[in-house]
Write a new protein. Structure first.
Length: 109
């Protein structure tokens, strides 16, 4: 299954067309911080770690996992120490987490 989420997936053969950092991650991070105020966050299905990056810039201790080794190998440089290739049942990061999010994940399962 991980082969489905390779370079092709992130650069044109999916809904992403050209997957990159954009304002949706700023809005999600702001809403998470403003309304939920977690100290720690785990993002399941983090792709290239853009939400993890933004949450960390807001001072939230955040981590991400994704099944795509391509996405993790090409993660945002600010997020890369905090993201790992894993599925949702094998988290390599030590919890507990105040909040676990999974945006745009269910439809891929």
């Amino acid at each position: 299954m991980t082969n489905l989420f390779d370079q092709n997936y992130y650069s044109g053969n999916s809904n992403y067309q050209d997957y990159k950092y954009d304002n949706r991650f700023l809005q999600w991070a702001y809403d998470i911080d403003c309304y939920l105020q977690p100290q720690t966050v785990l993002e399941v299905g983090c792709a290239m770690g853009y939400l993890v990056r933004t949450l960390r810039l807001l001072g939230i201790d955040s981590y991400g996992i994704d099944i795509s080794s391509y996405a993790i190998q090409n993660a945002d440089e600010l997020a890369s120490p905090y993201v790992a290739t894993a599925n949702a049942t094998e988290c390599p990061f030590q919890g507990p987490f105040d909040l676990i999010v999974a945006f745009d994940v269910l439809e891929h399962m």
